[in-house]
Design a binder for this molecule. Structure first.
Ligand SMILES: NC(=O)c1ccc[n+]([C@@H]2O[C@H](COP(=O)([O-])OP(=O)(O)OC[C@H]3O[C@@H](n4cnc5c(N)ncnc54)[C@H](OP(=O)(O)O)[C@@H]3O)[C@@H](O)[C@H]2O)c1
Length: 303
């Protein structure tokens, strides 16, 4: 597929999305408005981010019509270990309805189960199938689902997720899972593309220091490629994700970085540099590590 500013994947999702994790409600309002002003047309939210009210206000403030913006949000499935009760079918339906009120929207473009944290996950998936039938979600998918979890849905003879949002950067390159998703028409969406950078989640309490010791080699190669191409390291990592066939999500609380992170269409990473970046895979996710969790592993422990 050609990668341009306006490219969309098979579910009409613009290939670069603005993520809202770790923004306060007030920041979400100003940053989402800023992102839409900069040209983002894809916003990624979640029940668990506790800022959907701000995200909704930011979308409204942009003055864009509803069909110009692709909005994703997620169901928090519940996780008993964190004292959060698993949602059943009825509660999952009710949750999106509440989120839509908070977001001030009539529908979302994509609704995801945030992670396979619940033993009721097939019941939750059935709720998403019905939410799509009701038109409250145009598309439905999952996040942090391994091949095994996706096969569980297939084995239950249910419609398959249209997208799977997973951590994706050179240190966590998801090669086998990506092949499986491609073979089953599941759109890959990457999060935390910037996790290898020394500037990732460095404010107090954001948790970016976890696993920082494994990033050195990736940082060296990324810096080299960035210097050669005369672009920032952040842009190299985001563009790498696009060239690997992913839609990418990126968050910043700073207007200049918000704009920078969307400037991914006037350069190209040559094959030899892609190959160097492709050798850095340690299959190590980092985004949830500060919470002591590998989200793909949890369902295996539930059984
Ligand atoms: N489904 C899931 O389980 C899941 C998990 C994690 C994330 N997500 C989604 O994916 C989105 C992106 O992931 P993420 O939040 O980890 O964001 P990210 O874009 O990978 O990294 C954000 C971090 O990098 C910094 N940063 C942003 N742009 C930069 C630049 N150009 N140069 C240097 N540093 C830069 C930010 O700092 P400043 O804010 O200070 O600029 C922030 O600390 C999330 O917001 C969320 O929507 C989903």
């Amino acid at each position: 597929m050609e990668i341009t500013k306006n490219s969309r994947n098979r579910i009409e999702m613009p290939l670069v999305g603005y993520g809202t994790y770790q923004l306060s409600t007030m920041q979400a309002e100003t940053c989402v408005a800023e992102a839409l002003k900069a040209g983002f047309r894809h916003i990624d939210s979640a029940e668990g981010y506790n800022n959907e009210e701000g995200t909704g206000k930011g979308i409204k403030a942009s003055g864009l019509s509803r069909d110009e913006v692709f909005v994703t949000t997620k169901l928090f499935p519940g996780y008993e270990k964190w004292g959060s009760k698993e949602k059943n079918y009825k509660q999952s339906i009710a949750t999106l309805k509440e989120q839509l009120k908070t977001l001030q929207l009539d529908y979302v473009d994509l609704y995801l189960i945030h992670a396979p944290f619940a033993s009721l996950r097939l019941e939750q998936w059935n709720a998403l199938i019905d939410l799509r039938k009701q038109g409250l979600a145009k598309h439905i998918g999952v996040s942090n689902y391994s091949q095994e979890r996706l096969e569980e849905i297939m084995d239950a003879d249910l419609p398959m997720p249209e997208a799977n949002q997973v951590e994706f950067h050179p240190i966590c390159a998801q090669t086998d899972l990506t092949n499986f998703m491609q073979n089953n028409s599941i759109e890959p969406v990457g999060y935390s593309s910037l996790a290898p950078l020394s500037t990732w989640r460095i404010e107090d309490g954001q948790g970016g220091e976890v696993l920082s010791e494994i990033k050195t080699e990736c940082q060296n190669v990324t810096r080299d490629v960035a210097e050669k191409l005369k672009v920032s390291e952040a842009k190299v990592l985001l563009r790498w994700g696009l060239q690997r066939g992913y839609a990418v999500l990126t968050k910043s609380s700073k207007p200049s970085r918000i704009r920078e992170n969307l400037e991914l269409f006037d350069f190209f990473i040559p094959e030899d540099d892609m190959s160097r970046l492709n050798t850095l895979d340690l299959q190590r996710p980092m985004a949830w590590a500060a919470n002591g969790v590998d989200p793909m592993e949890i369902a295996a422990q539930l059984k």
